[in-house]
Design a protein around this ligand. Structure first.
Ligand SMILES: [Cu+2]
Length: 299
């Protein structure tokens, strides 16, 4: 009888299929999809890779740095109330540094190292983004813009940032301290164990500074005259029309850029966009003159 029990136990033990942990994967064989976007079929991804284009306002690459960042549940253990964290919460680099980030995910789930606020003329969507699904490593390179600025770095998977996976990257002196960085800055929603009902306090986020371009566009007098006789008014209308058309585009493009970056970007824009603008002006003149708004010749 004892033998039977022993055999049963052995069979039972052998039939148990232990849940095997996912193997650590080094995502080195990624396919380039253009525009600095690389990915493989196993959950490795890099977005906004830039190894050689200098951001506007950088005369040369100031330094070449390499860092390893780890992401995982275990790094959140020292921060009460969190679930996920990076192993570092703050990074600091000189402007125009060429930075390679080796991102290691130590969890069985998907994590990201996503950096925001980069100039959109150089980094699509204003992001530099590394992603690994399950345990593994991915590496990516970018060139940091000039100027003092603090960039948000986080994991964008739902609730991962709110649960601790948040950091800040300061270029130069940085521009601010971001809230709710575990162990670093005060939380926007601090945990309260008093048992009293929660009363929401308004978080006073700094309001975005109004951009001159939008102000100009908004405050510019909108003419209601449909029939104008002088060439001067016709030109004004063309200028205003172009301003109104391109102002929102420019505002979006220049968002979060330093003065030197804006200048560099304007130069770039001008050289690329001059043909388009000339075409637009020609078309407008043609349209307006066909409607006899602008007298092309004095009669
Ligand atoms: Cu995550």
């Amino acid at each position: 009888m004892d033998k039977l029990v022993a055999i049963a136990v052995i069979i039972c033990a052998l039939s148990v299929n232990p849940v095997s942990a996912k193997e650590f994967q080094n995502h080195t064989q990624m396919m380039s999809h253009g525009d600095g976007h690389l990915m493989d079929m196993d959950g490795g991804m890099v977005m906004g890779q830039n190894t050689d284009t200098l951001p506007g306002g950088c005369e040369k690459i100031a330094a070449t740095k390499e860092i390893t960042v780890r992401a995982g549940h275990k790094y959140s253990e020292k921060f009460p109330g969190t679930m996920y964290a990076f192993d570092q919460q703050e990074f600091h680099f000189d402007p125009c540094t060429k930075l390679t980030v080796h991102f290691i995910n130590e969890d069985e789930i998907r994590h990201q190292w996503m950096m925001h606020g980069l100039p959109k003329y150089l980094y699509p969507k204003g992001m530099f983004h590394l992603e690994v699904s399950g345990p593994g490593e991915v590496s990516g390179t970018l060139i940091l813009p000039p100027g003092d600025k603090t960039y948000l770095v986080h994991c964008d998977i739902a609730q991962h940032m709110e649960k601790g996976m948040k950091a800040q990257l300061k270029v130069g002196k940085g521009s601010e301290e971001l809230p709710s960085i575990p162990g670093l800055t005060a939380s926007i929603f601090p945990d309260d164990y008093s048992g009293k009902p929660y009363v929401a306090e308004e978080y006073s986020a700094p309001l975005p500074t109004p951009t001159t371009l939008t102000d100009t566009a908004k405050s510019a007098p909108v003419t209601t005259q449909s029939q104008t006789t002088s060439v001067f008014s016709g030109v004004s209308i063309i200028g205003l029309a172009i301003g109104l058309i391109i102002a929102p585009l420019l505002v979006n493009r220049f968002k979060g850029m330093s003065a030197s970056e804006i200048v560099a970007s304007i130069i770039e824009l001008t050289s690329h966009g001059i043909g388009v603008i000339i075409g637009l002006i020609m078309r407008l003149i043609k349209q307006l003159s066909s409607k006899k708004i602008i007298p092309l010749s004095d009669k």
